[in-house]
Design a protein. Structure first.
Length: 170
């Protein structure tokens, strides 16, 4: 191939950040579910995926053992370690998906008026469930973790379909 021939440019990956309160239950589970869906469709190269919390209580820790167990039963790995969202994330990621109203408010206040990232409640992408928030299962029983995974699988599936359509339109 000569130096003058053109090569089709590879589009940059779409960057997605899932955000909850402590980054040990909902957002790492959303990250794991989304990564699982990407792997099933061979789209790992097209996305950069991470998760973060609005608080710093669990920084460096793996996802809650109950959430990891529930995810493992579904064949979903949760590889991330908790971290706190930073102002830099607002410039680095294209889409920030929050789990509840409190997270949405915290992320929007961090972003300020000129943020480029799209900040959206993850449940906006639910197709089967009609809910405004992903409930925090931390203080509940085991069934709460399965319920959260049901919601996340629904919302992440809808999110992926939306983002694939956006990428196709670029």
């Amino acid at each position: 191939m000569s130096a003058t021939s053109s090569q089709e440019a590879t589009p940059k990956p779409t960057r997605v950040l899932f955000v909850c309160l402590g980054n040990i239950c909902r957002s790492p589970a959303a990250e794991g579910v989304f990564l699982h869906l990407l792997a099933q469709q061979g789209l790992e190269h097209a996305f950069e995926v991470d998760s973060a919390g609005t608080g710093d209580w669990h920084v460096g820790r793996p996802a809650d053992a109950r959430m990891r167990s529930a995810a493992t039963r579904r064949g979903i790995a949760l590889p991330s370690r908790a971290r706190q969202i930073t102002a830099d994330d607002l410039g680095r990621f294209d889409h920030l998906l929050t789990m509840d109203r409190q997270n949405l408010k915290a992320v929007r206040s961090l972003a300020g008026p000129g943020a480029a990232a799209q900040i959206t409640p993850l449940t906006r992408y639910c197709r089967r469930y009609g809910t405004e928030e992903v409930p925090d299962p931390y203080y509940g029983g085991e069934e709460g973790f399965d319920r959260v995974l049901d919601l996340l699988e629904d919302a992440c599936g809808g999110l992926l379909e939306t983002l694939k359509a956006e990428r196709a339109g670029d």
